[in-house]
Design a protein around this ligand. Structure first.
Ligand SMILES: NC(=O)c1ccc[n+]([C@@H]2O[C@H](COP(=O)([O-])OP(=O)(O)OC[C@H]3O[C@@H](n4cnc5c(N)ncnc54)[C@H](O)[C@@H]3O)[C@@H](O)[C@H]2O)c1
Length: 352
C-alpha cells in the first residue's frame, strides 16, 4: 500500500472487480480517506493480492452475500463490462451509493434500470467517465459555459489505444463500449443535450471480428454535431504514456478534443508533450492527466473523480458534474453506434 491516509474513519467501500483498474481504485479510494471493507472477484489470486495490500478482511465471489456481511456505504464496480448493470442494481438494492466504471451498462434499458433503482432507493450513482475530470476538460467546459466560443456548433473527439490491448482484452465487448464511450460522454458534457441520430463506420481493412477502428458522427437535439473516432492501432514502438504508471498496464492512450463555436475554438491533447523522457527504456511521453503518480499518491483526474464521488455520496455536493441522466444518454448513443456499425446506416437513438 502506498501513501494511504489514516483509514479508521471515513465512508466504507466495497469493490466489485479487482483487476487492473479495480486494484488502482482500491488504492485511490483508500488514499482519499475511504475504508475498504470488502472485495469481490471470481479471481482468487487478484482478490488475495488486493486484500493483502489494503488489509481487507472480507472477500468473496458474490456481491449480494458480501454486502449482507459488511454493509458498506459505497460500492465501486470495476469488473468486466457485462457485469456492471447487475452489480450496480444489487448494490443499490442493498442501500449503497454506487460508483460504476465506464461503461455504465451495455444497453440503454439496463442504464435506465440503474437510474430507476437509484431513485427508488434514494441512492446516488456516479459513472466513471474519468475524462470529464481532467484539468484540461474542466477548463474547456468552463470556457464553453461562460461563452468563450460563442454558440457551440461542433465537437471533434479522438482517442487511440495500443494495438496490443485490442489483442489481449479489447474485443471482450465491442470497443465502442471501451474507448468511444469516453468521447461520447465528453461530447454530451459540452453539448448538454441528448443524441438524436448517429452514423458510424468501421475500417474493414483492420480485419478484426470486433471493430478496432471506428468513426462515428453524432447529431444532438440542439443541432450540435460531434465526430467520435477511435483506433486501437498504436504500435508497441509508439509513445509509452502509461508505462511505469500506477496502473498495471503498459502502452498508450493518446487523443485530441476540439470544441468549435461561432466565436472561437478550443483544442486539447489528451496526452501533451509537456514531459518527454529519453532513456534506455526508449521514449516515454508520460500521461500526467488521468492517473499520474504524484508524490507517492494517485493524482490527476482519478483523484478528482473520486473526490467528487465522495462529496456526492456524503451529501456535500449535488451530482452536477457527472449527472446519472447524462451517463444514460451516453449509453443510448453508444448502443446506437454499435447498431449503426451492424446495419451500415444511420440509426436514431432509442428513447424510453
Ligand atoms: N476510466 C478508465 O479510464 C478505465 C481504465 C481502465 C479500465 N476501465 C474500466 O474498468 C473496468 C475493469 O477493467 P480492467 O482493465 O480492470 O479489467 P480486468 O480484466 O483487469 O479486471 C476485471 C476484473 O473483474 C472481475 N470480475 C468479472 N466479473 C465479475 C463479477 N461478476 N463480480 C466481481 N468481479 C468480476 C474479473 O475477474 C477481473 O479481475 C472495465 O469496465 C473497464 O472499462 C476504465
Amino acid at each position: 500500500m502506498t501513501g494511504a491516509a489514516d483509514r479508521t474513519t471515513g465512508p466504507t467501500v466495497a469493490i466489485a472487480g479487482v483487476g487492473r483498474f479495480g486494484a488502482l481504485h482500491a488504492r485511490a479510494w483508500a488514499e482519499a480517506g475511504a475504508r475498504i471493507v470488502g472485495l469481490v472477484d471470481p479471481d482468487a489470486d487478484r482478490l488475495a493480492g488486493t486484500a493483502r495490500a489494503h488489509r481487507v478482511e472480507r472477500t468473496g465471489t458474490d456481491l449480494a452475500a458480501l454486502l449482507d456481511q459488511v454493509r458498506p456505504d459505497i460500492v465501486v464496480v470495476a469488473s468486466d463490462e457485462a457485469s456492471h448493470a447487475g452489480l450496480a442494481v444489487t448494490a443499490l438494492t442493498a442501500g449503497c451509493h454506487v460508483f460504476v466504471e465506464k461503461p455504465l451498462a451495455l444497453s440503454a434499458a439496463d442504464a435506465w434500470r440503474i437510474a430507476d433503482t437509484a431513485r427508488a432507493h434514494d441512492r446516488q450513482v456516479v459513472a466513471g467517465h474519468i475524462s470529464r475530470f481532467t484539468a484540461q476538460m474542466s477548463r474547456m467546459r468552463a470556457g464553453v459555459e461562460r461563452g468563450a466560443v460563442g454558440r457551440l456548433c461542433a465537437l471533434r473527439l479522438r482517442r487511440d489505444f495500443s494495438r496490443a490491448w485490442f489483442l489481449s482484452f479489447g474485443d471482450r465487448v465491442d470497443p465502442v463500449w471501451e474507448s468511444c464511450v469516453h468521447d461520447i460522454d465528453l461530447a454530451i458534457s459540452f453539448a448538454r443535450a441528448r443524441v438524436r441520430r448517429v452514423m458510424a463506420m468501421r475500417s474493414a481493412a483492420a480485419g478484426d471480428a470486433a471493430p478496432s477502428v471506428v468513426s462515428a458522427l453524432l447529431e444532438f437535439d440542439n443541432g450540435v454535431i460531434a465526430t467520435v473516432e477511435s483506433a486501437w492501432l498504436v504500435p508497441a514502438a509508439g509513445p509509452g504514456t502509461l508505462d511505469d504508471g500506477p496502473l498495471d498496464l503498459d502502452g498508450a492512450i493518446v487523443g485530441e478534443a476540439e470544441v468549435l463555436g461561432l466565436d472561437g475554438i478550443l483544442k486539447q491533447r489528451l496526452v501533451s508533450d509537456a514531459l518527454v523522457e529519453w532513456t534506455t527504456a526508449g521514449v516515454q511521453v508520460p500521461d500526467l492527466s488521468l492517473w499520474p503518480e504524484e508524490d507517492g499518491l494517485v493524482g490527476g483526474a482519478l483523484r478528482r473523480e473520486i473526490g467528487y464521488a465522495l462529496a456526492v455520496f456524503t451529501g456535500r455536493r449535488e451530482p452536477d458534474l457527472m449527472p446519472l441522466e447524462q451517463a444514460c444518454w451516453g449509453v443510448e448513443a453508444a448502443e446506437a453506434i454499435v447498431e449503426s456499425l451492424r446495419v451500415g446506416a444511420p440509426v436514431q437513438t432509442a428513447r424510453r
